[in-house]
Ligand binder design. Structure first.
Ligand code: SF4
Length: 389
């Protein structure tokens, strides 16, 4: 069976799982302008941006010969739960009558997950499936740990581009050398050797700037959709960490809560003061992670919200109050097919000026002023810089 899937984050994990189980994988192409255009053309106009990008990806994968598509499901008051029905209809309308296998959260739809599991299991023994899952589970943790190192150290690289090249090589290492769970440790050592061989600048701790990225899972995790925001921030000398990583998603969504080590339960508790109920998507996690990044001493937060995403829109409406009360600057960026690199770069540079001013003011406590004063002052400075004033 020729299988494909949406392109999101460390996509080699889905590929690896299916390959170990003996399926022929059709790698979906990395989303490009063509993917966005296809998605926008065939998806409902009011749909949220990730649905459109995934429509485009499915069409490209089917054009490459995929017969079956595998995806995750969703639940709660947001469109994620309807993605596969909408995608099925959209694809049918344009002549593709292919099956979409959906993996919902185990706790939400046990029997559906079971039926999807047996389709993917095919003729493999349970022991082989267990080993495949174990391998991919370990790989996800290992790759996420390494990616966090990359987005931290890349801010201080001496030669531009070295960490990006190393990260690409690391993913290739995992793709080419991991076949069993035991291979993961060996490859991880090799990956660390590669990272440790890259020279970085020594920066005093008090001068380092750390930014947390929160928001809807697809736009947070997929660099081709968020204009490579992590790499851009790193190139501006800033360390970055995201709210969403694949290993965390697996731990929270697929591992039964009794056995789960997920940090997300704690994050949801941190959000309770600001948002009592879950409103769909990862909105409550976005709010909780703002508090978490603040507690961990981060200097600023960026919220990524897809155009047409109601949960993140609600989170955005709470953010000004949180920002003022916690004293941490938050920038919200809306992501859709119209967004461009230059626009994002300018907004990030202006935001970082603000973040640095606040950090500087906080360090010089003799001259304490309010966050709002700093924001106003920076707004004037940036408008002056752009020649508006
Ligand atoms: S969280 Fe937002 S973007 Fe994601 S599926 Fe739900 S509505 Fe769409």
């Amino acid at each position: 069976m020729k299988i494909s899937f949406p392109y999101m984050g460390t996509t080699i994990l889905y590929k690896k799982l299916l390959e170990i189980l003996g399926h022929e994988v059709i790698m979906p192409p990395r989303p490009t302008r063509k993917t966005f255009d296809l998605g926008v053309k065939y998806s409902p106009e009011f749909a949220c941006f990730p649905l459109k990008v995934i429509t485009g990806t499915y069409i490209e994968a089917l054009e490459k010969g995929a017969e079956v598509l595998v995806t995750s499901g969703g639940h709660g008051p947001c469109r994620a739960g309807f993605y596969h029905e909408v995608h099925e209809r959209v694809l049918k309308n344009i002549g593709y009558d292919n099956e979409i296998i959906v993996f919902d959260a185990l706790k939400d739809n046990f029997f559906k997950v079971l039926s999807s599991f047996f389709k993917i299991k095919a003729n493999n023994s349970f022991a082989k499936v267990k080993e495949a899952i174990k391998t991919v589970y370990k790989m996800s943790y290992s790759l996420d740990k390494l990616e966090k190192e990359v987005t931290k150290r890349r801010a201080y690289e001496v030669t531009k581009g070295e960490f990006t090249t190393a990260w690409r090589k690391i993913k290739e290492l995992y793709d080419n050398k991991v076949f069993t769970s035991e291979d993961v440790e060996k490859v991880e050592l090799e990956a660390y050797e590669l990272l440790n061989s890259i020279k970085i600048k020594e920066i005093p701790e008090q001068e380092k700037i750390r930014i947390g990225i929160v928001g809807e899972i697809y736009v947070v995790m997929e660099p081709s959709v968020n204009m490579e925001i992590e790499e851009t921030l790193n190139s501006l000398g800033v360390e970055v960490e995201r709210s969403q990583y694949l290993s965390e998603w697996i731990e929270f969504t697929l591992v039964p809560s009794r056995y789960s080590k997920s940090h997300e339960y704690e994050i949801l508790k941190k959000a309770d003061k600001w948002l009592e109920i879950g409103i769909g998507g990862h909105a409550k996690q976005s709010v909780g992670f703002i508090v978490d990044f603040y507690d961990r001493g981060f200097d600023g937060i960026i919220q990524l919200m897809p155009f047409g995403c109601l949960p993140e829109l609600v989170a955005q409406s709470i953010i000004p109050k949180m920002s003022n009360e916690l004293g941490i600057p938050v920038l919200s960026l809306s992501i859709d097919e119209q967004i461009g690199n230059a626009n994002v770069q300018t907004r990030l540079e202006a935001f970082l000026d603000l973040v640095k001013s606040i950090k500087f003011e906080k360090q010089n406590k003799s001259n304490i002023i309010s966050l709002q004063d700093i924001i106003n002052r920076n707004r004037i400075a940036n408008r002056t810089k752009e020649g508006i004033l």
